[in-house]
Write a protein that binds this ligand. Structure first.
Ligand code: NDP
Length: 263
């Protein structure tokens, strides 16, 4: 796809799902990759597996909670020391919250807004001095279609996602004189741990994954009739993180299988 030999990427939430497939894709193109997540044991297992798959690549995995500014600063410092200054930052860590306005209390609002904003703010602040050292740097924020098309059963997540979409545009404007592009992807439903857990708890245990997930796709009006796969999100991230998208900043790619109703 693109030669990333000599380039360095940092991926938050790289131990699972979309983050992990993004790490794989970047390594496959020749990049050195740093990944972080909170669960140290899972992270180490993933690092060992990736090093087996890509024996010639440089991989750094460090436990880090993106909501803890000091931990993120320490992660960034370690990346620069071991791999060199990053060219690509992928802000991916996080999860959604299912709750309506009626059952979202102040603490839940604060925690959701903090997660969505500071999972972008902390890594962006920590890696900015490194991104500034290259002429072709990029930041990609993994966001959800909820940013443009809110769902009442995910009220806080939807509102926070809209704020992050707006933030991406501000960062793109502020960083463009430095040559740093900032973009996002808007996901619909992508197969990951949360959907496999819901499948395991399905009412009709005789349903296969294919039957269960195509019913879900029908109920959610997904035009392509199925959930997305993590590697499909990863390919959009790769495009935005690299000079493949050299004339694109402040924008979002829809990776929702056609569930979008917005313009
Ligand atoms: P997964 O649960 O498979 O992966 C999430 C990753 O983020 C894990 O590596 C997890 O590791 C890490 N993580 C979570 N919180 C933190 C934290 N505070 N600090 C550091 N790492 C953290 O989820 P997906 O791959 O599905 O999701 C990736 C992103 O895409 C998320 O931001 C999610 O909200 C978003 N998204 C996903 C959708 C989907 O349908 N899958 C839809 C819309 C958006 P650990 O728990 O060890 O920290």
């Amino acid at each position: 796809m693109i030669d990333l030999e000599g380039k360095v990427a940092a991926v938050t939430g790289g131990s699972s799902g979309i983050g992990l497939e993004t790490v794989r894709l970047l390594l496959a193109q020749g990049a050195s990759v740093a990944l972080c997540a909170r669960d140290e044991a899972r992270l180490e297992g993933v690092r060992a597996q990736l090093q087996d798959e890509f024996p010639d690549r440089r991989i750094l995995a460090q436990a880090c909670d993106v909501l803890q500014g000091a931990q993120v600063q320490d992660f960034a410092k370690q990346v620069q020391t071991e791999l060199g200054p990053v060219n690509m930052l992928i802000n991916n860590a996080g999860q959604g919250r299912v709750s309506t306005f009626a059952d979202t209390d102040d603490a839940a609002w604060e925690s959701e807004l903090k997660l969505k904003f500071f999972s972008v703010i902390n890594p962006t602040r920590a890696f900015l001095p490194q991104l500034e050292q290259h002429a072709d740097s990029a930041i990609v924020c993994v966001n959800s279609l909820l940013a443009a098309q809110p769902e009442p059963h995910m009220v806080a997540t939807s509102a926070a996602r809209a704020g992050v979409m707006n933030l991406v545009r501000s960062l793109a404007t502020e960083f463009s004189p430095k040559g740093i592009r900032v973009n996002g992807i808007l996901l619909g439903l992508v197969e990951s741990g949360q959907w496999h857990r819901r499948f395991a708890a399905r009412e009709d245990q005789s349903q296969s994954w294919e039957q269960w997930s195509s019913d879900l796709a029908r109920r959610k009006n997904i035009q392509l009739g199925r959930l997305g796969r993590p590697e499909e999100a990863a390919r959009a991230i790769l495009f935005l993180a690299t000079p493949l998208s050299s004339y694109t900043t402040g924008s979002h790619i829809d990776v929702s299988g056609g569930v979008s109703r917005h313009a």
